[in-house]
Write a protein that binds this ligand. Sequence first.
Ligand SMILES: [Zn+2]
Length: 340
Amino acid sequence: MNKIDTDKWGIIGHDNVVNYLGLSLTNHKFAHAYLLSGNRSIGKKTIAKRFIQTLLCEKYIEADVASEMPCGECQSCKHLKKKMHPDYYQLDLAEDKKNITIDQIREWQRKLQNKTFLTKYKVGVINGAEFLSMEAANAILKTIEEPTGNTIIILIVNDINLLLPTIVSRSQVLKCGLVSDEVIYGFLQKNSVGRRMARDIAKLSFGLPGKAINFMHNEESLQIDKAAILQVLNIAQKPIHERIGFLQKKFQKQDFIKSQKIANEIVSIFTLITRELLLYKEESENWYRLEFASDELKEFARNLSLIEIVNLTNKTLDWRTKLRQNINPQLFTEDLLLSF
Ligand SMILES: [Zn+2]
């Protein structure tokens, strides 16, 4: 069996997924529909893009020799690069909408009925397939099961649990897990990031290559992330009336979607903090991630019992679930920040 040179793909981590797709390409054997799932910034879109580049490359179609690399120079490669490829149909959630609508899906399906213009394949991508309305989700079942000739569907989701099981079972599922700190660190070193900075970025990317790349190009965003963590950590240790004041200011004059974003951020930071607090309690130094906040964390850990930290961890997990259920974000963020 061929072995894929995953380095050539330029993807950080995800060797299994890259290998699988690489072998599909070298063997010219494809599923009707692929489902790429994994956290935001984990690399799903980058993997899909690399796969599609080759799939639509004229040289790939012509080649007798199995190859999984796009040429980058043919008409098809150039069109795709300019985001003007006639055989590529991408669907996204509109910015001001909560769902991908049935009308959007019908339009996308209608386009996928076209014959291919440039090469052998047509590709239909749905970014954020978990946002398909129930009607839209049911409507794509048929497209996945019996696509028109030479059509390959790629669904991209952050949370596979929010998809209809019938969609999942009809797709080739490719799960992208968190990438290890070592792999991210190695990538940063290859890109001439200094040792200390690379270590800092690898720890604060939490297994998400997209985050690491963002930090690498934009050091300021690394500082902003650190400041946000420190702010929540500080406020969590203030008297209750100050915690309430902090939240009131945060949520003041924000609409529901913005409030949800703010709540999401606070809950995410709490997830990091509670994980770290447990490590501080156990003195598992090797696993610390938030080293820049070690004084504040030590102090916080000292003031909480192990049981309290475990309870807080469970509550944070519970709130992560609630965040998806359209519950008033300010109310439950208050509940979280006032519960210790
Ligand atoms: Zn090409």
